[in-house]
Design a protein around this ligand. Structure first.
Ligand SMILES: NC(=O)C1=CN([C@@H]2O[C@H](COP(=O)(O)OP(=O)(O)OC[C@H]3O[C@@H](n4cnc5c(N)ncnc54)[C@H](OP(=O)(O)O)[C@@H]3O)[C@@H](O)[C@H]2O)C=CC1
Ligand SMILES: O=C(O)C1=N[C@H](C(=O)O)C[C@H](O)C1
Length: 278
């Protein structure tokens, strides 16, 4: 551990399922300092972030819905390292949140999914121009990175693959950001999957899922009782090879989130995917 001042961290989406988990993780990290907690919901204004997250002691950080004043306040502190904002909000707000943060020189660590490829490209250009690090991480769990690496290895030998992602039924976006990224990683290998053997007819629209990169199909399940799960199923004559990842607690994302907060200060551009900073 060095004597450097702790990294100032703002959490956006502070009252959400992931936001509360991040507040607890940041509060327990000696090299990080929770300086702001933002949530758009009026219900939580001025509550203590620590108490809302379930900590026994208050953190003396009140929840606010004022993003820009908070960014300005943290950007103005010249005594500390540059600030980082962790975003677990909603697909509708995340693009604007990231643009605002970069404009203030605050580094965004983004877990929120649902950004379009065009939005990500635009943000990459913006971060480049500002020479500011920005991390967009569709999945912060190490298990998912390992699953994706195993899928990349398997796809050398299998030409047929489909993805099933299963999530809790409060999820706003489908398919999941992780499933889209998994299909992208396989799609980058330079082969087309799932050559059609017959002409298929969907008797109910959507029955065969959505087609992502290079013919890879993604199926989305939403049910209460689920958290976040993904299967990548490879098929070949006489065999099925299934990779599956299950989360049982959102704590599984926290080592990845903390790593991203620590690594982002050295970045000068947008980086997409946890595997790039491990
Ligand atoms: N990258 C990763 O590893 C992971 C990513 N995620 C992603 O993170 C995001 C959040 O997930 P989760 O915490 O489960 O969701 P929650 O709905 O529990 O939390 C989202 C928070 O953001 C707030 N919010 C909703 N809409 C807006 C808006 N338009 N502007 C600002 N804030 C808003 C919500 O407030 P209110 O409820 O009052 O509307 C809530 O406090 C999702 O996109 C999800 O896919 C989730 C888990 C892991
Ligand atoms: O909404 C969630 O819960 C999750 N969202 C991310 C996604 O869309 O991939 C990551 C993980 O699957 C949990």
């Amino acid at each position: 551990m060095t004597n450097q001042a702790p990294i100032p961290v703002i959490v956006n989406g502070a009252a959400g399922k992931m936001g509360r988990e991040v507040i607890k993780a940041v509060a327990q990290a000696p090299d990080l300092n929770l300086v702001g907690a933002i949530d758009h919901s009026l219900e939580h204004q001025d509550k203590d972030a620590g108490e809302l997250a379930g900590l026994s002691e208050p953190l003396e950080v009140p929840i606010t819905n004022q993003l820009e004043p908070m960014l300005g306040y943290v950007a103005g502190d010249r005594q500390s390292p540059p600030g980082v904002i962790v975003d677990f909000t909603h697909p509708d707000s995340v693009y604007d949140n990231i643009r605002s943060a970069i404009a203030y020189g605050i580094r965004p660590v983004v877990g929120t999914t649902g950004l379009s490829p065009e939005q990500i490209q635009d943000l990459a250009d913006f971060a480049d121009k500002a020479s500011t690090g920005c991390l967009i991480i569709p999945n912060f769990s190490i298990g998912m990175v390992l699953l994706q690496q195993a899928a990349i290895a398997a796809s050398k030998y299998f030409d047929h693959v489909e993805i099933i992602e299963l999530h809790h039924n409060q999820k706003a976006d489908a398919p999941s950001g992780t499933a889209i990224q998994t299909a992208q990683l396989l799609g980058e290998l330079g082969k087309t999957f799932n050559p059609a053997l017959v002409e298929e007819t969907e008797k109910l629209p959507g029955a065969r899922g959505s087609i992502a990169d290079e013919g890879i199909r993604i199926h989305s399940v939403r049910l209460p009782g689920l958290i976040a799960h993904q299967e990548v199923i490879f098929g070949a004559a006489g065999q099925i090879y299934t990779l599956r990842h299950d989360t049982s607690d959102r704590a599984c994302y926290m080592p990845g989130v903390l790593l991203a907060i620590r690594k982002i200060l050295a970045l000068k551009s947008l980086v997409y995917g946890l595997e790039k900073i491990l």
